[in-house]
Design a protein around this ligand. Sequence first.
Ligand code: F6R
Length: 367
Amino acid sequence: EKGGYEHFMLKEIFEQPKSIHDTMRGRLLVEEGIIKMAGIWDHVERFKNANRIIIIACGTSWHAGLIGEYLIEEYARIPVEVEYASEFRYRNPIITDKDVVIAISQSGETADTMAALKLAKEKGAFIYGICNVVDSSIARITDAGSYTHAGPEIGVASTKAFTAQLTILTLIAFKLGKHNGNLGNADFMSLISELDAIPKKIEEVLNTTHELVQNIAKDFINATNFLYLGRGYNYPAALEGALKLKEISYIHAEGYPAAEMKHGPIALIDENMPIVIIAPKKGHYDKIVSNVQEIKARKGKVIAVVNKGDQQVSAMADYVIEIPETSECFSPIVASVPLQLLAYYIAVYRGANVDQPRNLAKSVTVE
Ligand code: F6R
């Protein structure tokens, strides 16, 4: 049940310290200095010798896939492509038996993802699944996989499943990177102990930003548009923040890589345009500072997600949400939490049905 929360979505947002912990349990063994993932280890040569990894997913899971690309390319140095399942399956893609396909799906029942996997399987690719629902259709047709163990997600808008997917992708990237020698032991050790501390940081974010974000939300109940901007790992986090808002509040929102703003969306910016900008210190900070200057010169309303003690962006922003500092690769996990809360409270104040948004289903079993 809802455990005292008004909606499943809020409950699931607050469950994230636990769900991320559960996803890492038995896999991340910090003291021993190892990541244990049988599904990866049993097929590690397949991954190591892969021409490339193709990540296939839809919606929020596709956003997790984009962050997976940054993670796997940075730490394991294996080329990664990320595709919408619906596009992949209908475009006669080039797939060989040297490719590894990673499917990401909370429900494990998404029709397009399923069809794309069948196609990849026919062509001999090795199929790895990252599913939340145990024994789901996608989990059953994969050659190997890792369950996210986030627990049942009832709210239609995905929250804890998303951060659990990011956790698994992080574990995979670090494990492969360690194995193939691209991630040295000292870096590996410091990254895994930082990962181990992420649930605590999420808890801190929930405690310190919950009320603040609730208050910020009140000022945007009548907004008709939103832009979400981020760079690097936080570009997909911006896409995900925008999707959350669209789905449950029915406010139009677009996510963009911050540097792309000047190639079009900047024309939209005036005093009525709220812009959520994800600006952690370790994520191309100086570049983001100039993006915020460009926005403020056009009087956009800036809601900035920054690290604690931030000065430059905070001085220009209209609203400041502070999150703890992390290595860049973990920042989308931490930054996503206040963005989930923002979408949630804007939707609640608009009287929307947060757990069951109109026109949406939890499992998209038709194409
Ligand atoms: C967004 C959302 C959808 C799903 C998408 C894929 O909050 O829930 O975008 O992420 O329909 O679903 P799964 O992960 O079950 O394949």
